[in-house]
Write a protein of this length. Structure first.
Length: 195
């Protein structure tokens, strides 16, 4: 009996176990036998990561509601997918699986916002991002310390709109910028609200 040489063994990317008992006998009747147990554990590459897809960059108007969706995301093995959305703090949004509905902030200058979705099948995660350019819808005057603001007046500061609170808080809106400048100082919310 001539032993066969095994040059290559293709092992599938799955978990498996196999036992066999080879036996060799010579011309004198002497037999040698043994048992061999083989096992294979699939590596992380056995389950390729999902594909995360979002549409190309888009634009919308200040204060609009938009819908984003990742329906083109998929998994090569057909595994069930989960979706985790992230977006800027200035956005109010509600996510449901691969869909996200978002209300954009009111801005005084064109602003780029990045929305991200992480798609996972439990063992691997892939990320996709989409940029939404929020176009300013109108121009409001910039905040100026010392200006007498009335309740309800709207100003811009650092690309965000703020509305002066009604009396008696309106008395603070244009005073002491070191503490009431909208969106920047420690007590700004005593005088202003984000519009």
């Amino acid at each position: 009996m001539t032993p066969r040489k095994l040059d290559r063994l293709d092992i599938p990317w799955i978990d498996w176990q196999y036992s066999f008992a080879p036996a060799l006998a010579n011309a004198r009747g002497v037999t040698l036998s043994d048992s061999v147990d083989l096992s294979n554990r699939a590596s992380a590459e056995a389950n390729p990561p999902p594909v995360a897809m979002l549409p190309r960059p888009t634009s919308a108007t200040s204060g609009d509601s938009i819908s984003l969706s990742a329906p083109g995301s998929s998994d090569p093995d057909g595994d069930a997918l989960t979706y985790a959305w992230s977006y800027p703090a200035s956005v109010t949004a509600e996510a449901h699986e691969e869909h996200l509905t978002a209300r954009l902030p009111k801005v005084t200058a064109d602003t780029s916002l990045v929305f991200t979705v992480k798609v996972s099948h439990g063992k691997a995660t892939t990320t996709a991002s989409q940029t939404v350019v929020v176009r300013a819808s109108s121009t409001y005057p910039p905040y100026r310390e010392g200006t007498k603001y009335n309740g309800g007046e709207i100003v811009s500061d650092a690309g965000t709109l703020y509305r002066c609170k009604p009396f008696p808080q309106s008395g603070c809106c244009g005073q002491a910028a070191w503490t009431y400048e909208p969106g920047r100082r420690t007590n700004w919310q005593d005088a202003w609200v984000v519009y």
